[in-house]
Design a binder for this molecule. Structure first.
Ligand code: NAP
Length: 290
C-alpha cells in the first residue's frame, strides 16, 4: 500500500511500543525506513521487541524503560532522544484500562488509568511539542483513543474520561500549534484483540466473539488496518488533516454505540470472574516490571 522507504529520515517515538498495537505500528514504521523509539514500564519487554523487530526488518529500534506517569522520567527520555537528533513524529499509544462497575472503583483504580492515559499522554506530548517549537521544526502527533470519546462508555469510566481528555488535547493543540506546523490527530479503533487490553476489558472473550456478533462487518479489526491508518496520517501526503479523529471500527459505534453498555446484563458472578482474570493479568505484567 505504501512505497518503500516512505518514512526514511523519520524518527518516531511510539509509547507503549513494546506490545500490542504499539508494537505493530512500530514494526510498520521501521519496515518503511523510519528510526523508531519505543517505551514502556517493562524495559525487558521493550528490549525483546526492539531485538525482534530489528532482526525482522533491520534498521534501528531504541528501547526505553520509562513510565510516562513520571513527568521527570519523560523529560529525561525526550531530552536524551533529541540530543542525538529530534523526533519527527510521536505516537501516543500507551494506556491502561480495565472493566469495572463504577461504584466499585477505588480512587487508586481511577488514578491507575487516568495517570497513564490523561497525565502521561500530556507529559509526552508537551515534552516533544515544546522542543519542536523551540527548534522551529514541524511534527506529527497521532494518539490512539477509542470511539467512546464521542458517546462515553459505562464500565470503563476512567478510560472514557481520560481518552476524552486526549481528544480535547488533540483539538486544542491542533489549533494552538498549527502555526508551528505541528499536526495532531487521533485514531479511534474498535476491537483489535491484543493480550494487554483484551484480558482486561474483554475477559473470557479475548478473541472478540461478542464484537464479531454485533459488528456491522461481522469481524474485529486487524493490525494491518491500524498500521495503514497510522502511516497514512504521518505520511506527508495529507498534511492539512489536523485535529481530526478517524474511527476504524467497521461502523460498530454508529450501529451499536461501540461501548460496554451490554455489560449491564452481567451478574455478580460474571463481575467476580472478570475481576479475577484482570488481577491475574496485572500480576503477570507486574512481574516483568523489575
Ligand atoms: P497493550 O498491549 O496493553 O498496550 C499498552 C502498552 O502501554 C503496553 O506496552 C504497556 O507497557 C504500555 N504502558 C502502559 N502504561 C504505561 C506507562 N505508565 N508508561 C509507559 N508505557 C505504558 O494494549 P493494546 O491493545 O495494544 O492498546 C494500545 C492502545 O490502543 C491503547 O491506547 C488502547 O487504549 C488503544 N485501543 C486498543 C483497542 C484494542 O482493541 N486493542 C481498541 C481501542 C483502543 P508496560 O506495561 O510495559 O508499561
Amino acid at each position: 500500500m505504501f512505497k518503500e522507504n516512505l518514512l526514511a529520515g523519520r524518527r518516531i517515538l511510539v509509547t507503549g511500543g513494546g506490545t500490542g498495537l504499539g508494537k505493530s505500528m512500530a514494526a510498520r514504521f521501521l519496515q518503511l525506513g523510519a528510526e523508531v523509539h519505543i517505551c514502556g514500564r517493562r524495559k525487558i519487554v521493550c528490549d525483546e521487541t526492539a531485538t525482534e523487530l530489528m532482526d525482522l526488518h533491520g534498521g534501528r529500534v531504541t528501547s526505553h524503560g520509562v513510565d510516562i506517569r513520571n513527568a521527570l522520567a519523560v523529560e529525561e527520555m525526550i531530552e536524551n532522544i533529541f540530543r542525538e537528533a529530534p523526533l519527527t513524529d510521536l505516537i501516543n499509544n500507551a494506556a491502561g484500562n480495565f472493566i469495572s462497575r463504577t461504584e466499585e472503583l477505588s480512587p487508586r483504580g481511577f488514578d491507575a488509568v487516568a495517570n497513564i492515559v490523561m497525565h502521561g499522554t500530556f507529559y509526552v506530548t508537551h515534552a516533544v511539542g515544546k522542543r519542536w517549537i523551540a527548534l522551529k521544526q514541524p511534527g506529527n502527533v497521532v494518539s490512539i483513543t477509542t470511539t467512546w470519546v464521542r458517546n462515553g462508555s459505562p464500565y470503563v469510566v476512567p478510560s472514557a474520561m481520560s481518552k476524552s481528555a486526549i481528544h480535547a488535547m488533540t483539538m486544542s493543540l491542533a489549533t494552538e500549534w498549527g502555526r508551528y506546523g505541528i499536526r495532531l490527530n487521533t485514531i479511534a479503533p474498535g476491537e483489535i484483540p491484543t493480550e494487554g487490553m483484551s484480558k482486561r476489558i474483554k475477559p473470557g472473550d479475548e478473541a472478540g466473539a461478542r464484537t464479531k456478533a454485533m459488528n456491522p462487518m461481522g469481524r474485529v479489526g486487524t493490525m494491518e488496518e491500524l498500521q495503514n491508518v497510522a502511516v497514512f496520517l504521518i505520511s506527508g501526503g495529507c498534511d492539512w488533516i489536523s485535529g481530526e479523529t478517524i474511527a476504524m471500527d467497521g461502523a460498530q459505534a454508529l450501529a451499536m454505540g461501540g461501548n460496554f453498555y451490554q455489560l449491564r446484563d452481567w451478574s455478580d458472578d460474571d463481575w467476580k470472574t472478570a475481576r479475577e482474570s484482570i488481577m491475574a493479568q496485572n500480576e503477570k505484567d507486574r512481574a516483568k516490571r523489575g
